[in-house]
Design a protein around this ligand. Structure first.
Ligand code: PLP
Length: 412
């Protein structure tokens, strides 16, 4: 029954892995959401909004107070003053913002440049808009002091591959930084190259910055594409509350850009969802206005996540995985092929088989990254673990993986 444009994408891998995790009582490190709650001042604000009668449709492009709060945050982050009513659109999560941007900006046949591995909604959103995806590969670090224009040890791309991906049919490039699943934080040089190519080809930069606050290395800060010279004119910045405040179920997202880009997003948004849940918008507006509390909440989340990253990365390395330490977001990509017995008899790694077996064998669930690649073989030796979990959850996962690894050694 599924229409041709969506049939190729099937059911997302997260659904499949969560079903498996539940079936085997596994610790779920597959899905990218926290197993702890967001800050209490957000939760209290939501209860107040619900009880306070804020329960009818909101304005199509966002509750005025939330647009204002988001514009204020933008000014604090970038120094640029923007018009909250003409340049900010509130959406149902960043996922809706991605779809609305594609539908509002891409004509059938237009080319859209995506980096692989990619967040799974990108390709489907391009397909819904009738766009043609062009892929640029983020490659595993080689161990050289620096690959391409990337930070040392980070996933990287070949600048010439990016140059070749642009053509006179390019409508936009989608850049996700900090990046899921590699943990890469794009450097200023990488963004500058992409910005120059956008300018030269009259293309738009669409940025997915949902992990904008989740970075762990002081020398690899998050850089907003819209702050590069000339790029405020051609960048549409997308983000959401979900990752920053551990409120993924609220689905409060937004798109920020010029009035022209904003009109395009709204052209689609008004017919996708029209408006986003009013009480949660009201709660977000009043909680975001408490800027000191927000800064404190983000600071403590980042400290916790950094400790979680250290715990999981250290354990995986001791178990024999090749661990890529992420500079941002909250996932670790680990090479499982270095573990004895990890390869198929024909010497080919298969991350899907590995991840399907893990819940039953080890009592831990993870995601096979090949689903994030167009060229699936590139992810076949990797496994993605989420570390946005309570210390007790991670300790239990590490304990179980340790038992599994010992059993496997005994079997061999
Ligand atoms: C890169 C990226 N973009 C967007 C999203 C979804 O954001 P939201 O929950 O705000 O729709 C995710 C969630 O995992 C993500 O990893």
């Amino acid at each position: 029954m599924i229409a041709q444009r969506l049939a190729p994408f099937g059911t997302t891998i997260f659904t499949e892995m969560t079903l498996l995790a539940n079936k085997h009582g596994a610790v779920n490190l597959a899905q990218g959401f926290p197993d702890f709650d967001g800050p209490s001042f957000f939760l209290d604000a939501a209860a107040e909004a619900l009880q306070g009668g804020q329960n009818q449709y909101a304005r199509m492009f966002g509750l005025p107070a939330l647009n204002r709060a988001l514009a204020d945050r933008w000014q604090r982050a970038t120094g640029a003053e923007i018009d909250p009513d003409a340049q900010v659109t509130v959406t149902s999560g960043c996922t809706e913002a991605i779809a609305a941007a594609m539908l509002g900006l891409v004509n059938p046949g237009d080319e859209v440049i995506l980096f692989e591995p990619f967040y799974d909604s990108y390709r489907a959103s391009v397909a819904m808009a009738g766009g043609v995806p062009r892929f640029v590969t983020l490659r595993e670090p080689t161990g050289a002091p620096r690959d391409g224009l990337a930070a040392p040890g980070a996933f990287w791309f070949d600048p010439d591959e990016l140059r070749r991906a642009f053509s006179d049919r390019t409508r936009l490039i989608l850049i996700n930084t900090p990046h899921n699943p590699t943990g890469k934080v794009f450097t200023r040089e990488e963004l500058t190259l992409a910005a120059d190519l956008c300018t030269r080809n009259n293309a738009i930069a669409l940025t997915d910055e949902v992990y904008e606050h989740l970075t762990y290395e002081p020398d690899q800060p998050h850089i907003r594409m819209a702050t590069l010279p000339g790029m405020a004119e051609r960048t549409l910045t997308l983000s959401s509350l979900g990752k920053t405040f551990s409120l993924t179920g609220w689905k409060i997202g937004w798109a920020i850009g010029t009035p022209d880009l904003t009109r395009a997003v709204r052209a689609a948004h008004q017919f996708l969802t029209f408006a986003t849940a009013t009480p949660l918008q009201a709660a977000a507006a009043s909680a975001l206005a408490r800027t000191d509390d927000c800064d404190h909440a983000i600071g403590s989340l980042v400290a916790d996540l950094k400790a979680a990253r250290g715990l999981l990365a250290g354990a995986l390395a001791r178990l024999g995985f090749g661990v890529h330490i992420p500079a941002g977001a909250y996932f670790i990509l680990a090479d499982f092929t270095r573990r004895p017995g990890a390869l198929r008899p024909d010497n080919v790694p298969d991350d899907a088989a590995f991840c399907r077996s893990l819940p039953a064998a080890a009592g831990v669930a993870a995601v096979p990254p090949s689903v994030f690649y167009q060229n699936r073989g590139l992810g076949a030796g990797l496994v993605r673990f989420a570390f946005c979990k309570r210390p007790a959850t991670l300790h239990e996962a590490v304990r179980r993986l340790g038992v599994w690894a010992t059993d496997r050694r005994a079997d061999q």
